[in-house]
Ligand binder design. Structure first.
Ligand SMILES: CC/C=C/CC(=O)SCCNC(=O)CCNC(=O)[C@H](O)C(C)(C)COP(=O)(O)OP(=O)(O)OC[C@H]1O[C@@H](n2cnc3c(N)ncnc32)[C@H](O)[C@@H]1OP(=O)(O)O
Length: 729
């Protein structure tokens, strides 16, 4: 096994144009600088350096990919083999000119290696960057010291602290690469290397330079610190990146390297780095979907999509239309009335125009959108996305029509956030082609797509929806059919607890502050005001929890078998719908206002409400807010795993990171639970359930109890317990 790997992983050596040594980094799929590659590179580079016939060296990557950086999997173990810092030092100190031929990508350690080279030549489509910060790390093979010595401090700081990847033309403008070509970068690098043989190299060694600084560097760095603190939402890596760059200003190169190492070691052992690296692999794992039937991404093919239709041009339908066109799929956009069609068309065309200006689209977009009232046009399409109101009878009516109008093999998707896919499919003649696609608003921006299969959905329909997610550059996650699917089913408990906390004595400002300190960009009440309280109100009505369809049998504060908070309903009934009406949980300067301020009415109302219902107000502390909001949500995650609605904790975590702005440096709810410790989560749920026996969702799930009873195994091994848990044998 090791031998096979060793054969595939190497720094391959060959000679070109007589006197040029070409070293090819070879470690599929993205030529990461793993232990084996570093070992091989060390030998190969020495060989090239020692060979008197070699006058210059070119470094490139196999299969048109320079290098994807360090092997992230190796961060979890002990470092062995030659260090990247030392290898790059060898490269920079070489007396023979060394040229990097960058094709595909030079990321992280890959870019650091390229910065050690004396020249860099990139293909125009290549990307370069330091994504370490997104993994909870910093460029620690001299990158944080060499980049600021090469380009402006402002750009170096921005690239290192954000992890933004840039195109080769931008890298050329900034001065990171020396030449860009749309031909073969390796051929160009070889020619270039031949031309520079014998030329002095001293000025090309970045470690010998000093960092060029703006006039008032101290206040520049102070402002940068304040801005990073404001935007990093509790993430520590951006701050460490800044400290490393700061060292490049005030220290010698060697001292700077020491500081870089010190900060790297601190980050590497932090929980945040573990969470972010987990998230990196979790995101990739969602592509490898499976269904309980045994169908998987490997054994199922997607249908080609030449044309799609979107039905319903409200906010969601508009965003979906734009997302499809951005993915290169022509769309027939359908509405039921002329007025709605015209309104939808105007907004969609202006959204497309904006995307075009941002260079996200080519000119052809005008021809890619057709607008019609005529459902007969749907005959031509391979896929339909229905995006009308969240109303079961309306959706069923539409799917019945689709069934007779569309071609027999058209994939029929419903954009629903809660409704039963199977019930919708039941009115069609092709239930196997019906699949749920839960987009998140704004649909042309938000990355997440929940792909929902019902009991009759075919693997082909799922594969096609997942393929479409990829085409739209979204993260698709395949989930089973249940009320609210994964994301909203869990979110419901998060929101519910927040309302209960208001009833018990908290105020929206307090709850939001705790959630924002945790790392959410906005607390739940601000989010509710922003999206409009009536969204949840309509869902509650549809579920028979409130309104004219309310299921009889409950009481004012007890419905559907447990405690119920009618606070949101009361606000909606009074017309307090959030930002759009100028008042919700907060007060706004005017309808449509954006700045939340103290809502005196709400505070008085909460006092009266508590008094009226005999609720004993208590002091709600920060821990209680966080635990009451997050632990029931996590507990529901365990139920969802038990029921196999989500195939893995990774799937749940990715849904939360990409759809609900869960702070990525906490990995996602399930990873967070594993970091906090499952016994603690279990104890706290038991504790709160004892105090609030009328909230059944606080009762710990049996899977959580089982995992704790088994010594709280690592998250990567939960799958075995779930299988065992579900086994009917
Ligand atoms: C002391 C030295 C410190 C150095 C710091 C570093 O270098 S940290 C690493 C910095 N590099 C990165 O963060 C790059 C991460 N990778 C990517 O962004 C992308 O994978 C890519 C390189 C742009 C390629 O994207 P593409 O969409 O083509 O492929 P995938 O993302 O699906 O990746 C293919 C498989 O390769 C695995 N993989 C990619 N990069 C790494 C890596 N750096 N380490 C380990 N594994 C990596 C990825 O997980 C995929 O694996 P599968 O098993 O096929 O899912």
């Amino acid at each position: 096994m090791t031998q096979t790997l060793a054969a595939a992983t190497m720094a391959a050596y060959r000679r070109a144009a007589g006197c040029i040594a070409v070293i090819t980094l070879t470690n599929p799929p993205v030529n990461t600088l793993s232990y084996l590659l570093r070992e091989s590179f060390y030998e190969t580079f020495r060989r090239a350096n020692a060979d008197a016939e070699v006058k210059a060296i070119v470094i490139c990557g196999a299969d048109g990919k320079f290098c994807g950086g360090a092997d992230i999997k190796e961060f979890a173990g002990k470092f062995s083999g030659p260090s990247l810092v030392a290898l790059i030092d060898d490269v920079e100190q070489s007396k023979k000119p060394v040229v990097a031929a960058i094709e595909g990508m030079a990321l992280g350690g890959g870019l650091e290696l390229a910065l050690g080279c004396h020249y860099r030549i990139a293909h125009t489509k290549a990307q370069v960057g330091f994504p370490e910060v997104t993994l909870g790390l910093l460029p620690a093979a001299g990158g944080s010291q060499r980049l600021p010595r090469l380009i402006t401090l402002t750009s170096a700081l921005e690239l290192i602290t954000t992890g933004r990847r840039i195109s080769a033309p931008e890298a050329l403008k900034l001065g990171i690469v020396d030449k860009v070509t749309d031909k073969n970068a390796l051929d160009m690098a070889i020619d270039f290397a031949r031309d520079i043989i014998g030329k002095p190299l001293e000025s090309r060694r970045l470690s010998l330079r000093t960092t060029p600084c703006p006039p008032d560097v101290e206040s520049f760095l102070d402002e940068a610190l304040a801005s990073i603190r404001k935007h990093s939402r509790g993430a520590i890596a951006p701050l460490a990146c800044l400290q490393a760059v700061r060292a490049s200003v005030y220290s010698t190169f060697d001292e700077g390297l020491k500081k870089e190492q010190e900060l790297f070691k601190m980050l590497l052992t932090s929980g945040q780095a573990r969470a972010l690296q987990y998230s990196f692999f979790a995101q990739r794992a969602t592509k490898k979907w499976s269904m309980p039937s045994g169908a998987t991404w490997k054994n199922t093919s997607a249908r080609p999509l030449r044309k799609a239709a979107v039905i319903g041009l409200g906010t969601m339908g508009r965003g979906i239309t734009v997302a499809l066109i951005k993915a290169g799929i022509p769309v027939i956009a359908v509405e039921m009335g002329l007025k709605q069609l015209e309104a939808g068309k105007t907004v969609i065309m202006s959204m497309l125009e904006k995307e075009f200006k941002k260079k996200q689209l080519t000119k052809a977009y005008r021809e890619m959108a057709a607008f019609t009232l005529d459902l007969a046009k749907l005959q031509e399409v391979d896929l339909v996305v229905e995006a009308v109101f969240e109303n079961m009878s309306l959706k069923k009516q539409i799917f019945q029509q689709l069934s007779s109008l569309c071609s027999a093999d058209a994939i029929l998707c419903t954009n629903t956030s809660t409704l039963d896919i199977d019930e919708i499919a039941s009115v069609t003649t092709t239930p196997h082609l019906v699949v749920g696609m839960h987009f998140f608003a704004p649909a042309h921006v938000m990355k997440l797509l929940e792909v929902i299969y019902g009991p009759r959905t075919s693997p082909t329909a799922v594969a096609t929806a997942m393929q479409l997610a990829q085409q739209m550059e979204k993260v698709g996650v395949v989930v089973g059919n249940c009320n609210g699917f994964v994301g909203n089913r869990m979110f419901k408990l998060y929101a519910e607890q927040a309302y209960f906390l208001l009833e018990e004595g908290a105020i929206p400002e307090q709850v939001d502050q705790v959630l924002e300190d945790f790392g959410f960009p906005m607390g739940i009440f601000k989010v509710s005001d922003l999206s409009g309280l009536d969204i949840e109100w309509k869902i509650r009505q549809e579920q028979g929890l409130t309104g004219p369809k309310q299921i009889p049998g409950g009481s004012f504060r007890h419905r559907a078998g447990g405690r119920y908070s009618p606070l949101l309903d009361i606000l909606c009934e009074r017309g307090y719908l959030g930002q759009k009406t100028g008042q919700g949980w907060y007060l706004y300067e005017k309808p449509g206002g954006r700045v939340p301020t103290f809502n005196l009415w709400l505070h008085k109302f909460l006092e009266e409400y508590r008094e009226l219902h005999g609720i004993q107000k208590h002091y709600v502390g920060q821990d209680e807010i966080l635990e009451r909001c997050l632990y029931p949500l996590i507990n529901m995650g365990f139920h969802i795993l038990e029921e196999r609605i989500a195939a893995s904790p990774e799937d749940i975590d990715i849904i939360y990171v990409f759809g609900y702005s869960w702070p990525r440096h906490w990995g996602g709810p399930m990873f967070y639970a594993s970091m906090v410790g499952l016994p603690r989560v279990l104890d706290k749920l038991n504790y709160y359930h004892e105090i609030h026996p009328d909230i059944p969702t606080l009762e710990p799930s049996s899977l959580l109890k089982k995992l704790v009873a088994n010594g709280s195994p690592p998250i990567g091994t939960w799958g075995a317990f779930i299988k065992e848990h579900n086994s009917k044998l």
